[in-house]
Structure formats: structure tokens, C-alpha cells
Write a protein that binds this ligand. Structure first.
Ligand SMILES: Nc1ncnc2c1ncn2[C@@H]1O[C@H](COP(=O)(O)OP(=O)(O)OP(=O)(O)O)[C@@H](O)[C@H]1O
Ligand SMILES: [Mg+2]
Length: 365
């Protein structure tokens, strides 16, 4: 990773997932403000099953081929990507964020202080992680100065870096996926709620991200995703999975009289119970945590038509479908369908950082 000023304006975001790789690149204007960003390129390629699993790159060689394909794909008129630097995300399964308090003034906190405190919270030994930290405030609470710590498994980070470098790119930074999603979701609700939960609904799992006190406080994986809705429909209606997937994507599925409605409602209830558990964990373990006043849905599963209403009813909390383009002042160049936009939220968050802050001193935050 490089730690110097941005002299590479074509840096882009690259999100490597189990079943897809996505690339998002913005033009930046002079001002250090995302609202001035203009979308330049959005590209995605599907991955066959078994190449990347739970964030682990099992077969680097074919994945490398797919990245190359993405870089040279010319259908969008942008030609081959000329940027030589990428910001990639480390998937939720392999990373970790934590807010800790160090009983010292901000200027006196050392990396050793942070590492010795965070050691109590890591599932593996601290030498198995790359860590990065940043004070969240210059003011101390009674527990000390709040500091956000990001950690990624070294083995995973090295593997992603090696893979990206093997196609001739440099890794400007690795980013934590939930921080990238939260960055893209900024501005989805106006005025910005003081505390909210973002639910990124993927294929097999979802990630709940809690933002409060103007920062991401925690992220937690939930073992339910959009594919559980498909499986439930397939079982309840005795139809093949392909047919169930088609029904799930149908806009008419949102009416009570639709035969799929009760199955989707039952699945939404399971998902809501999991959200409730995360919120309750937050409220019991984060003593100055505010009540969660809003839920934002993103990820491919957020496109299931009646889902937001169903979750809203279950949790008695307003639910909004996110919009990763909302904070941009000019959206004229964006012609991507809403469902696709939601699938690209992590890549958008990476692309925004790539345009504005690619080589920051902090490489993970
Ligand atoms: N238009 C749509 N309507 C309803 N569901 C959709 C739509 N498009 C995609 N999905 C669902 O979204 C899910 C995939 O979401 P997404 O592409 O965000 O997952 P992913 O990021 O690849 O997965 P993961 O985050 O688990 O690695 C699938 O269950 C898919 O069926
Ligand atoms: Mg995802």
C-alpha cells in the first residue's frame, strides 16, 4: 500500500465478491466533497460459484482473468481502464471494526496503546491482523478518548493485494466493506438521521451496519440473504428455484393477494428478528448509543418489492431503500437501473474514496 499524495486521478474502486466483481470510477472535481463527483465508469462481471467463497479467494488464476476482462470490457464506451491504482474492499467475513476508548489525551495515544486494548476484542492474535486506527474525537469521555480501530486478517489482505498486483495494478488502500457501504449510503435519507442501521442484503447473508454519533459504530453479519427468500418461495409454491427467483423480482409480489406474499412476509419476519438482535446488542453494549431511528436497505435483496414495508411493520421503525447516487449533485450520467445500483453500493463507496482520498495516511479507514 502506498502512503503519499494522490497524483493518480484515475484511481478506482474494485469490489471483489463471492459471485461478482464490480468496478466504479468517478471523475473528481477540485473540491474535496463527494457531491462534486461525476460517475465515469460502472462495470460488473459475474463469477461462477467456487472461485471466491466467504471472501476467500480459492482459485486466484480464473479470478485474475475476470478482473482483466472487467478492465478491458469496452461496451460502456469508456474503453480500457487506464487507472493504475485500485481501492479494494476486504469482505465482512475477514475484517473487523471496533470503537474502543483509550484513557489518554488524543495527542498522546500511541499505536501500542491501541493494539494492547484491541487485543481483547480480536478473535485471533493481533500479529495475524493489519490494524489501523483513528481518533473519533479530541474530547475525552469518562472512559477516555474514542478511537475507531479497523483490522483485517493478514492472510486475506495479502491475498487480495497479490491478486490485484498480479494484473498490473497497485493497491492504493484496502477498505473495510461495511465502511465503504456506509460511505455510499450517506445522504440516502434527508435530513441524515442521528442514528441508523444500514442493512446490506446480499445473496446468502446480510450485513447490519450501525451508524451513530456521525460514525460507523459496528457491523454484524446476519446469516439470511436474498436467496433465502427464493428458497422459501420455491418450497412453499412447489416451483423450481429459477421460477421462484423470477417471482421474487416481480413488482406485483407486493400485494397481499399475491400467493407469494405470505411466504415473503414470513422471511421478512425472520430477517427483522435478526435486525432486532443487532439493535438490542448495540443498545446494551454501547452505553452512549442512541435509539436507532431509521433503517436503510441496500444490496440486491433490498429490491424485493414489499420488503421495506414488511420490515417497517415488524420493527415500527421507518425503512428507506438506499440510493448510492443521492449525495452526487449531478446524476445526469447515471442510467443504471435501481436494483443494480443497490448491488453496487460497496463499489460506489470504494470509488468515492478512490476519487477523493486514495492515498490517505490511514489505509483501512
Ligand atoms: N431485482 C431484484 N429483485 C429482488 N431481488 C434481487 C434483485 N436483484 C438481485 N436480487 C437478489 O439479491 C441477492 C444478491 O445481492 P447482491 O448482488 O448484493 O449479493 P452479493 O453482494 O453478491 O452477495 P454477498 O454480499 O452475500 O457476497 C440475490 O439473492 C438476488 O436474488
Ligand atoms: Mg454484497
Amino acid at each position: 500500500m502506498a502512503f503519499f499524495l494522490n497524483t493518480q486521478p484515475n484511481t478506482f474502486g474494485l469490489s471483489i465478491n463471492d459471485r461478482s466483481i464490480q468496478l466504479v470510477q468517478f471523475f473528481r472535481s477540485g473540491k474535496q466533497n463527494y457531491t462534486n463527483a461525476k460517475l465515469r465508469t460502472v462495470r460488473g462481471v459475474g463469477l461462477p460459484e467456487g472461485l471466491v467463497s466467504s471472501g476467500e479467494i480459492l482459485q486466484p488464476e480464473p479470478v485474475r482473468g475476470f478482473i482483466q476482462k472487467l478492465l478491458t470490457h469496452k461496451k460502456d464506451g469508456q474503453g480500457t481502464i487506464t487507472g493504475k491504482w485500485a481501492i479494494a474492499s476486504i469482505p465482512e467475513e475477514k475484517s473487523f471494526i471496533k470503537i474502543i476508548h483509550i484513557p489518554k489525551e488524543v495527542g498522546h495515544i500511541t499505536t501500542e496503546d491501541v493494539l494492547s486494548e484491541v487485543e481483547h476484542h480480536l478473535p485471533l492474535k493481533s500479529e495475524d491482523y493489519y490494524t489501523d486506527w483513528m481518533p473519533l474525537s479530541t474530547e475525552q469521555t469518562e472512559k477516555g478518548t474514542p478511537v475507531i480501530v479497523a483490522a483485517v486478517e493478514k492472510q486475506t489482505a495479502d491475498m487480495y493485494t497479490y491478486l490485484i498486483e498480479s494484473v498490473g495494478l497497485g493497491v492504493a488502500a484496502l477498505d473495510i466493506e461495511s465502511l465503504a457501504v456506509a460511505r455510499a449510503m450517506r445522504g440516502s435519507v434527508e435530513p441524515t438521521p442521528s442514528s441508523m442501521l444500514i442493512l446490506d442484503i446480499g445473496a446468502h447473508s446480510s450485513t447490519a451496519i450501525i451508524c451513530d454519533h456521525k460514525t460507523t459504530q459496528l457491523s454484524h453479519m446476519i446469516a439470511r440473504g436474498g436467496d433465502h427468500f427464493t428458497e422459501a418461495l420455491s418450497t412453499a409454491l412447489h416451483i423450481p428455484k429459477e421460477e421462484a427467483e423470477r417471482i421474487k423480482r416481480d413488482k406485483d409480489v407486493g400485494t397481499v393477494h399475491n400467493p407469494a406474499w405470505s411466504t415473503l412476509a414470513a422471511e421478512a419476519q425472520i430477517l427483522s428478528t435478526e435486525i432486532k438482535k443487532v439493535v438490542s446488542f448495540y443498545q446494551t453494549h454501547f452505553h452512549n448509543g442512541n435509539t436507532i431511528t431509521h433503517i436503510i436497505l441496500t444490496g440486491g435483496g433490498a429490491s424485493i418489492e414489499p420488503l421495506s414495508t414488511m420490515i417497517e411493520k415488524e420493527l415500527h421503525t421507518p425503512v428507506t431503500i438506499g440510493n448510492p447516487w443521492k449525495q452526487l449533485s449531478s446524476t445526469k450520467t447515471i442510467t443504471i437501473p435501481k436494483a443494480d445500483s443497490l448491488r453496487f453500493s460497496a463499489a460506489v463507496g470504494l470509488g468515492l474514496r478512490a476519487a477523493y482520498n486514495p492515498f490517505s495516511k490511514r489505509s483501512l479507514i
